[in-house]
Design a protein around this ligand. Structure first.
Ligand code: GYE
Length: 370
């Protein structure tokens, strides 16, 4: 913050000096057309604050988890389109390929480059203290997005925006209970294809299911294993489950891409996915991407609990508050929906709050851009 202000003042002074120099050189109208030339790709420096070099642009270093899922692609796209040069930003983007060590290196590079803000989508929750302390010492605000960091000293980051992953899991478990009761499905044997171990999205979604298991004595968890949030791993894990168990009723996938892989494995094994009737296996998913919603409409995924990836504008709102000297909310949760194949369950109640379930139609699918 302090540094950014200093940079702004320095940039203003520089621009002022240039205008003065141009005017002094006798180019009589240099000062008067100062504003209008600023869009000319910064070739002539002007007093205007928009455009050239880093005089006006806010420099944002974004350490992204990777490109493991459709959700992630949509998230990257949202960040890139928000933090564009047109919008007054210079975005330094780093894809960590799902490795925390790469994220730590990226953050150190951002510190060295003296970016104005660091945005971190952390792969896992733990292990961030040292590098976040380095950013703090360098006076660079860190905004955490999507998954959370688990740090004792909350002053190590400025703000966080993302989803309530445990609530997502609890909503899914509440739906399963209501659906199974309505359809008289009896005892349920469940497998959980977990996300990246230690990621908030995995921890919360697994916890939501575990809470459901505690409440429902007729549910049994056969096994839980990570599918790393990818389609390939989801398929591989499901293939191994299919070899071990021939009595699975519910496959709880912790994101859409794992569900796509699991469905492929189930169908390749000559089994059916569906609504639990006629020996079909029920698939649950999270994210509600366009492809995920299509699978709901086609009856392959019974319930898809939404997780919203469009965080670009949300992070920008935080940066704008900081630029204006305001204090953003420390933690902000995004509102999310539930999408189902049919209207057997119209709503669920979690911790005293009711959540409606939306039946997926073509209109719902066409409204989902990612
Ligand atoms: O559900 C999954 C992605 O952290 C919310 O990460 C995100 C999760 C999302 O790979 O698809």
């Amino acid at each position: 913050m302090k540094k950014r202000l200093f940079k702004k003042i320095a940039a203003g002074l520089m621009a002022g000096m240039m205008v003065f120099a141009l005017t002094a050189c006798g180019g009589g109208d240099a000062a008067s057309d100062g504003g209008s030339t600023s869009s000319d790709s910064g070739s002539s420096s002007t007093a205007s604050d928009s455009g050239s070099s880093d005089g006006g642009n806010i420099v944002v270093g974004f350490s992204q988890v990777g490109a493991e899922s459709d959700w992630r692609t949509a998230n990257t796209e949202s960040m890139k389109s928000t933090f564009s040069a047109e919008n007054g930003y210079e975005l330094k983007f780093d894809d960590a390929q799902q490795k925390q060590e790469n994220q730590i290196t990226a953050i150190r590079n951002f510190i060295q480059q003296e970016v104005d803000y660091i945005v971190l989508a952390p792969v896992t929750e733990s292990g961030w203290e040292t590098v976040l302390q380095e950013a703090k010492d360098a006076d660079i605000p860190v905004i955490i997005v999507d998954r959370m960091v688990d740090v004792e000293d909350e002053s190590l980051y400025t703000a966080w925006v993302g989803s309530d992953f445990e609530l997502e899991g609890k909503k899914a478990a509440a739906y399963l209970k209501a659906y199974a009761e309505a359809k008289n499905l009896g005892d349920l044997k469940i497998v959980d294809i977990q996300g990246t171990m230690g990621a908030s999205a995995q921890i919360g979604r697994t916890n939501g299911l575990e809470a459901g298991l505690k409440e429902n004595s007729n549910w049994e968890l056969l096994e839980k294993t990570t599918g790393e949030f990818t389609q390939a791993k989801g398929q591989e894990v499901m293939e191994s489950f299919l070899k071990k168990y021939d009595d699975m009723d519910v496959v709880y996938c912790e994101n859409d891409n794992e569900a796509f892989g699991a469905i492929d494995a189930i169908e390749a094994a000559g089994k059916k996915v569906g609504n639990g009737e006629d020996d079909s296996m029920i698939v649950f998913s999270f994210d509600s991407t366009n492809a995920g919603l299509k699978d709901v409409k086609d009856g392959k995924i019974l319930l898809n609990t939404e997780c919203n990836p469009l965080h670009g504008p949300r992070v920008e709102a935080i940066i704008k508050q900081l630029e204006a000297g305001e204090t953003p909310e420390k933690q902000a949760f995004v509102d999310e929906e539930m999408f189902a194949y049919d209207d057997t369950v119209k709503s669920v109640t979690v911790d005293g709050q009711e959540y409606e379930v939306t039946v997926v139609t073509d209109e719902v699918i066409s409204g989902r851009k990612y």
